[in-house]
Design a protein around this ligand. Structure first.
Ligand SMILES: Nc1ncnc2c1ncn2[C@@H]1O[C@H](COP(=O)(O)OP(=O)(O)OP(=O)(O)O)[C@@H](O)[C@H]1O
Ligand SMILES: [Mg+2]
Length: 383
């Protein structure tokens, strides 16, 4: 990537380093004008949703490419530098299960990132949004989503230098292409871990329900935080339940609290999403519950690495002693004050769009950047 970011308003001046223009993985610089036109002036009708970094809009370029444009909120110089670094990383990382960069645009006041539009939207919309009624995600697809997401994460953890910790693995950040191949999104804004560093202390960013306890409490971030979040995602895929649910009596229950007694009694079949109407593979079910149970352990050192997770999910022979331990989940209880702040489970639907602010205080639950689950529930570009 070149060094100049003052490109908005100019014509296409740069493109991805290793790829030919218009190729599968190429990125290029977009003009603001171009993105404005593609998204119908960033119209509300084109809005796919809103997350921690800004709003996402569906668009179509003049050459017919469907794109998702993330328009970042207002910037300061530090954020500007972060954006430059992250776009640089995003432009270099290549994996079939990671949503790579299609381009970006930088103006005086704007920072925009362009991705390919994923026609099957997010995992969130299929599991908990209006697409869940269609039950397109059968067991086979769910396993494909689990394995693919794990492979994407494994690549970030083990193959990229410096290693990348995602820090916000959740259903809305797993997007689905036309073949339901999962693409993990938003890793470009994650934490880059320098060589030789085992963990870092950082501001807590993420979504309640997916957060590893050591991260939520002390801001201690390492690859195993992603492993924990992946375990929650896997339970979500198996059960069709949200990471935190609000019961009719107002009490909030985490997914691990719900599965814990059933796993203890080995009632695995009772865990499966009833929408699947009993259509699942028993061996895969047992293996995936086993993986999830290993991933959501409270002690980070006991959790498997993502490459081990991939192998177990694929049913490969794994020389991982922890796999053979008793299948149990000891669910982690978030404090009442933290649960009270969880807004996602307060929603009857997932369509809300506002969110709390990130604080600079470490390790305090109240300082977490709370993000409501949301989804656009609409697919663009359909005939
Ligand atoms: N390339 C894409 N194709 C289709 N939908 C997308 C794409 N990128 C993002 N979305 C959807 O747009 C919405 C907003 O995404 P965004 O990443 O800003 O927020 P989020 O995933 O809810 O939270 P976070 O900021 O933690 O990632 C989400 O519902 C997401 O699934
Ligand atoms: Mg996202």
């Amino acid at each position: 990537m070149g060094s100049s970011f003052s490109c908005c308003g100019d014509e296409k001046v740069e493109e991805g380093p290793n790829n030919e223009m218009g190729g599968e993985n190429s990125w290029r610089i977009f003009t603001y004008k171009e993105l404005y036109a593609a998204t119908n002036g960033f119209s509300e009708n084109n809005k796919l949703g809103e997350g921690g970094f800004g709003s996402v809009y569906w668009g179509k370029t003049s050459d017919g490419l469907q794109i998702a444009v993330k328009k970042l909120k207002s910037m300061n110089s530090k954020a500007e530098m972060e954006f430059a670094v992250e776009v640089e990383v995003l432009g270099r990382v290549r994996h079939k299960n990671l949503l790579g960069l299609r381009g970006y645009c930088v103006g005086n006041e704007q920072r925009l990132i362009v991705y390919d539009y994923m026609p099957n939207l997010s995992l969130l919309s299929h599991l908990h949004g209006h697409l869940s009624k269609e039950v397109q995600l059968d067991w086979k697809k769910r396993m494909k989503v689990a394995i693919g997401s794990a492979e994407g994460l494994s690549y970030l953890h083990h193959e990229v230098t410096p290693h990348i910790i995602h820090r916000d693995i959740k259903a809305s950040n797993v997007l689905l292409d036309s073949n339901f191949e999962p693409l993990v999104a938003d890793f470009g804004f994650a934490k880059l871990i320098p060589e030789g560093v085992s963990h870092m202390t950082t501001r807590v960013k993420g979504t309640l329900g997916y957060l590893a306890p050591e991260y939520a409490m002390w801001g201690k971030v390492s690859e195993s935080c992603d492993v924990y979040s992946f375990g929650i995602l896997l339970l979500e895929l198996i059960t069709g339940r949200k990471p935190i649910e609000k019961l009719p009596n107002g009490i909030k229950r985490t997914i691990t609290e719900w599965v814990e007694p059933m796993i203890a009694k080995e009632k695995f079949k009772d865990l499966v999403d009833p929408k699947l109407k009993g259509n699942f593979d028993e061996f895969q079910l047992r293996q995936s519950i086993r993986v999830a149970a290993l991933c959501v352990q409270s002690e980070p050192d006991k959790r498997p690495m993502m490459k081990e997770v991939v192998s177990i999910l694929k049913g490969e022979e794994v020389n991982f002693v922890k796999v053979n331990q008793n299948l149990r989940i000891q669910s982690i209880k978030y404090g009442d004050d933290l649960m009270a702040m969880d807004q996602a489970s307060d929603q009857d639907d997932d369509q809300s769009s506002d969110q709390g602010n990130e604080s600079s205080v470490y390790g305090v639950f109240g300082a977490m950047e709370m993000q409501k689950m949301q989804d656009p529930y609409k697919r663009f570009g359909e005939k």
